[in-house]
Design a protein around this ligand. Sequence first.
Ligand code: IMP
Length: 186
Amino acid sequence: MTEKTLPAYRPGRILFSKGEIDARVRELAGGIAAETCGGGLLAVGILNGAAIFLSDLVRCMPPELDVQIDFMSISSYGSATRTSGTVRILKDLGGDIAGRDVLVVEDIIDTGLTLSHLLDVLRTRRPASLRTCVLLDKSTRREAAVKVDYCGFTVPDAFVIGYGLDCAGKWRHLSDIRTAEPWTAE
Ligand code: IMP
């Protein structure tokens, strides 16, 4: 690999192992299912970060629950590790959510600006209910007040990767969640 193609960050310390994530995702799914009434659930995953989390989460839900899934893609981060503050819908939902019980599934909430903006947009579409489920919460960095209904783990103020979370498009495929360590040539 030449110096030019070296990644700026690489996987560091494991924060949550695959086993810990699996167990927590099962617990979250159980809690969400228990609090979902007969009308069923539309789980909306925010691409790309929540794709892996959402697919594991819904597969832990009981077969008798009417669960549907959809995805949105919004721009919040480029290749840097800080939020831009601007949020744009790149891919919208496939259908109308009026009268539906919607669960927004997000990989991580940091400042809260992304989720706060997204919830404002979805509220205007008049869902019957709108809940949020985030895998990770960097609660110390919050700038916008957002109600998180279900949270997997709280994380310290460090950039994290794996299980869907990326750094400049890399490391989403890791089955555990790790810190991203700055890469230094030896
Ligand atoms: P917020 O708007 O500051 O809450 O940022 C939320 C979005 O930033 C998430 O959906 C992620 O895409 C991204 N993000 C924030 N922190 C991290 C991190 O530690 N690793 C990977 N992505 C992150």
